[in-house]
Design a protein around this ligand. Structure first.
Ligand SMILES: [Zn+2]
Length: 124
């Protein structure tokens, strides 16, 4: 069986599916990593479903040798509903970061809270 050639990108970005944020996300991500240098997944609530996030982190490490994972939760996330306080988002982001770092100590894991006005606040 022949192996596929190794291909690489720097980052996996995880953000929410929410339509209100796409106009902020894509320019920011592209400016940060370059236009052809990231994997991206869009999940309702972003890190809300940690097990799903982990699946993609494992895959991106295996097939693209990523160095960085960027986790972006956001203000007024309807996937969280009324539980989606600022405090809860910060907790979940930092918890996901700690779990990913425990499994992949060489990965740089960044955490952001995106405000509805387009401001990216770094958490932790
Ligand atoms: Zn959301």
């Amino acid at each position: 069986m022949s192996r596929l050639p190794v291909i690489h990108c720097d980052a996996l970005v995880v953000h929410c599916m929410d339509f209100r944020l796409q106009k902020f996300l894509h320019p920011w991500i592209t400016a940060r990593f370059g236009p052809e240098n990231f994997d991206i997944i869009s999940l309702a609530g972003a890190v809300h479903d940690y097990e799903m996030v982990l699946k993609y982190v494992q895959l991106a490490v295996t097939i693209h040798g990523i160095d960085t994972v960027t986790l972006i939760n956001h203000e007024d996330c309807r996937a969280y509903g009324r539980d989606g306080t600022y405090k809860r988002h910060c907790h979940d982001l930092l918890d996901a970061r700690a779990k990913i770092n425990a499994l992949f100590p060489r990965l740089n894991v960044e955490t952001f809270y995106l405000h509805l006005d387009g401001v990216f606040e770094q958490i932790g």
